[in-house]
Design a protein around this ligand. Structure first.
Ligand code: SAM
Ligand code: SF4
Length: 326
């Protein structure tokens, strides 16, 4: 088992399969984002080796993320291999939906029917301003195709002051007739353009109060390691959730580990990269047992919460969420 000194068990990996993206969301990366050489990225075999090691120590769930996961060549065959690793009970995916529609049948045949789709506005022009790309139609079509295939869709909306707070109610309204879960995410300081974040004006309380100003909300029971606080509008088909990603109210039950596309290990979103597992795997001196020991030690040393981790953050302050994987 992977347990830290605060008694939290880690059983969930967020695995970034690429640093590349076909959008340039302003809250996530700069317009001129520089990407890694392909040879720097973990290969399929390295990913499988790593997840086998981790599953041996109790990792049961993987979320595929990025960059945009569907830009990775042969993603579907990689997912199929991941699903076959003993102990891996769930593989989920987070995508921007630009290329995803044509892979829906593959995902369904692999038993993946839960997808997190990132969408921050329902307005095409605003979408282009936020993402710096004209791809709104593709994402809309992907959303509709996923729903018509009865996939469970969670829409991730990053709530940004003076950008999309006027659409909070419109997003809640999406849950009226469709089994969609809308998740409002507090904006975090990972836009790769500097860390001059003195706080946020739109925290989870203000977001939920905004929804409450229009609807009565019923609180739903949250899963033990959930990052979202979930609610339902009575009579509506779907539900809504708010993720206090900046306020960090959920650190006490954090069960996750992050692996970047280049093999960098992060045990806390707000903390340092602990070490690079790719380098260990590419070195002849390191066998699985040594890599396991490294991962265990890194998890063991986790800070109690994201605020503590942030105090000791000494690396690149200009980190982009596309590197971390969300
Ligand atoms: N490209 C895929 C996508 O957008 O869904 C997967 C990678 S993206 C980095 C993963 C998640 O991180 C997305 O839901 C995105 O909205 C979220 N995200 C990125 N930057 C963020 C930020 N600064 N604050 C909060 N959430 C962020
Ligand atoms: Fe790309 Fe996702 Fe970051 Fe947007 S949030 S730039 S889609 S990685």
């Amino acid at each position: 088992m992977l347990v830290d000194t605060h008694g939290r068990m880690v059983d969930y990996v967020r695995l970034s399969v690429t640093d590349r993206c076909n959008l340039r969301c302003t809250y996530c990366m700069p317009a001129n984002m520089k990407f890694e050489q392909t040879t720097a990225l973990l290969t399929d075999d390295e990913i499988i080796r790593l997840i086998k090691i981790l599953s041996f120590d109790g990792i049961t769930k993987i979320r595929i993320t990025g960059g945009e996961p569907f830009l990775r060549p042969n993603l579907i065959s990689l997912i199929a291999r991941l699903k076959n690793i003993p102990g891996i009970q769930e593989v989920a995916i987070t995508t921007n939906g630009v290329l995803t529609k044509k892979f829906i049948p593959d995902l369904i045949s692999l038993g993946i029917n839960k997808v997190n789709l990132s969408l921050d506005t329902l307005d095409a022009a605003k979408f282009e301003r936020i993402t710096r790309r004209n791809k709104f139609k593709d994402v809309q079509e992907c959303l509709h195709a996923m729903l018509s295939h009865h996939m469970q869709v969670k829409i991730n909306m990053v709530v940004m002051e003076e950008v999309n707070t006027d659409e909070i109610i419109d997003f809640a309204e999406l849950t009226c007739l469709q089994p969609i879960s809308v998740r409002y995410i507090e904006e975090m300081p990972f836009n790769g353009q500097g860390n001059e974040f003195s706080g946020i004006n739109w925290n989870y309380k203000r977001i939920i109060d905004t929804v409450r100003s229009k609807y009565e909300l019923t609180k739903l029971e949250d899963a033990p390691n959930a990052t979202a606080m979930n609610y339902k509008i009575p009579g509506y088909y779907g539900n809504i959730g708010v993720i206090p990603a900046y306020s960090r109210t959920f650190c006490g039950t954090c069960n996750r580990l992050r692996i970047s596309a280049t093999g960098s290990i992060k045990t806390c979103l707000y903390g340092n990269h602990m070490f690079n597992v790719r380098d260990l795997m590419r070195s002849r001196d390191f066998e699985d047992i040594n890599i396991r020991a490294g991962l265990k030690a890194a998890i063991n040393a986790r800070f109690i919460d994201g605020f503590e981790a942030e105090k000791y953050f000494i690396q690149d302050q200009k980190e982009s969420m596309s590197i971390i994987g969300g």
